[in-house]
Design a protein around this ligand. Structure first.
Ligand code: HEC
Length: 122
């Protein structure tokens, strides 16, 4: 039986896929600090710093543009429902945004500022 696809608006999906497509023309490696900004302005951190989404720190290390896209696709309906509840619109991400987000999610900085508090120092 064929499952219904995630309820991501077609226009947004086109942009996501456009990012994947554009990726091949970009130099790999975004900027983690800029990625943090993207996560802030696109409100990702509203849910991913303190829940209900998984913290980016717990996801770090393994994201590529492809599995980020597929994660957003497969988690889309759940995430979208949460976003509608919080009145956050589905984020529009440019290819550069995605690159920077990836650098951020994959970096230790994704643990966020509060993570330093728990550190016992070097
Ligand atoms: C309104 C809350 C909310 C916002 C805003 C949000 N997310 Fe999520 N996100 C979730 C939830 C909840 C899940 C877990 C969904 C599930 O398990 O089905 C999730 C899952 C994910 C996953 C999959 C994690 C995995 O285990 O594979 C990724 C990646 C992700 N989000 C990235 C983002 C990015 C990037 C943004 C901003 C552009 C964002 N999210 C914005 C709530 C949110």
């Amino acid at each position: 039986m064929i499952q219904h696809p995630a309820q991501i608006p077609p226009e947004e999906m086109r942009q996501l896929l456009g990012s994947v497509w554009a990726r091949q023309f970009l130099k790999p490696g975004g900027d983690a600090a800029k990625g943090r900004k993207v996560a802030e302005t696109k409100k990702c951190i509203t849910c991913h710093d303190h829940g209900p989404g998984p913290s980016f720190a717990s996801l770090k290390g393994s994201f590529t543009v492809l599995n980020l896209t597929s994660a957003l696709w497969s988690h889309g309906p759940n995430m979208l429902a949460q976003m509608q509840q919080k009145k956050i619109s589905w984020p529009r991400l440019s290819a550069v945004d995605v690159d920077n987000l990836l650098a951020y999610i994959n970096s230790p900085a994704a643990a966020g500022p509060s993570a330093k508090a728990g550190s016992t120092g070097d």
